[in-house]
Design a protein around this ligand. Structure first.
Ligand SMILES: *[C@@H]1O[C@H](CO)[C@@H](O)[C@H](O)[C@H]1NC(C)=O
Ligand SMILES: *[C@@H]1O[C@H](CO)[C@@H](O)[C@H](O)[C@H]1NC(C)=O
Length: 252
């Protein structure tokens, strides 16, 4: 796994600088070195229209000044910085600013570096579900969460035949929550989680067959005692247990 990540970093680094420009100033970066707990990163700022000498400032998120450099020729300013893995990815936002006799340039667009620094494939996707009695009939409520994965994960609810029924992109570390009316689906469903560097699927969860469902609907209309519902809910729970066992035995 560590090897795979290193390979990824190497590939991304080999792709060269990613560059963005606003208001006459560009910001770009390159990962120079990967250490177990930190990354050495080269950030370059370039304001090609500014007259020399140019004073470049590298700003972190919320406008905090990280470093300043005065450049006397037409080369971009380079900042060599160490980033520890402990920092929260969303705090690692940088921008450049430049001042010279010809004026002020920037701030540049904000650079977010988490992808190359923290890229991690999706792994150990868990799908948990409960049966609820909604207004429009019985509903399966499904919660999907991968134990790791960065950049952010898009979760999809996939139904019979691979059809995507819904998708969500929750905040980092939060589960996606789907609600699936039993009347609108047949066969099975599953969760799928994907980010820029990988994809993972939960085990398929079979839905109860039509006759069991018809009984359930009648039950929920209040014409029968609640027992069949409990049996159905019970069988769904046991399916969940089996599904999660299957998951943990195939998990990475
Ligand atoms: C960055 O971190 C590495 C390893 O932690 C260290 O060897 C290197 O000297 C540091 N560089 C700077 C510029 O602080
Ligand atoms: C799903 O539910 C959990 C727990 O209630 C919550 O923390 C999470 O933010 C929800 N996800 C979405 C995408 O709303």
């Amino acid at each position: 796994m560590a090897l795979l990540q290193l390979l990824l970093f190497a590939m991304l680094a080999a792709c060269g600088f990613s560059e963005e420009q606003t208001e006459g100033i560009t910001i770009a970066y390159k990962v120079l070195e990967v250490y177990p707990q930190s990354r050495r990163v080269l950030i370059t700022c370039d304001a090609p229209e500014a007259s020399q000498p140019i004073t470049y400032s590298l700003l972190a998120s919320r406008g905090i000044l990280v470093a300043k450099k005065v450049v006397h020729d037409s080369v971009p300013a380079s900042f060599n910085i160490n980033i520890t893995i402990k920092s929260s990815p969303d705090l690692l936002t940088y921008s450049c600013q430049a001042t010279s006799n010809s004026g002020t340039y920037g701030p540049s667009s904000r650079l977010q570096m988490y992808q190359e620094l923290w890229a991690k494939p999706v792994s150990q996707l868990q799908a948990d579900f409960v049966l609820r009695h909604g207004d429009s009939g019985p509903t399966v409520e499904l919660s999907c969460l991968a134990s790791s994965g960065s950049p952010p994960i898009t979760y999809r609810l996939v139904g019979n035949g691979g059809r995507v029924l819904a998708q969500q992109r929750p905040l980092h570390g939060k589960p996606a929550n789907f609600s699936l009316p039993l009347s609108q689906t047949t066969g099975w469903f599953q969760c799928e989680a994907e980010n820029d560097v990988g994809v993972d699927s939960s085990a398929r969860i079979p839905l109860p067959r039509a006759e069991a469902r018809a009984k359930l609907v009648t039950t929920l209309a209040g014409e029968l005692p609640l027992t069949p519902t409990c049996i159905l809910a019970g069988s769904l729970v046991s399916i969940a247990v089996i599904a999660s066992r299957m998951l943990s035995s195939t998990g990475l």
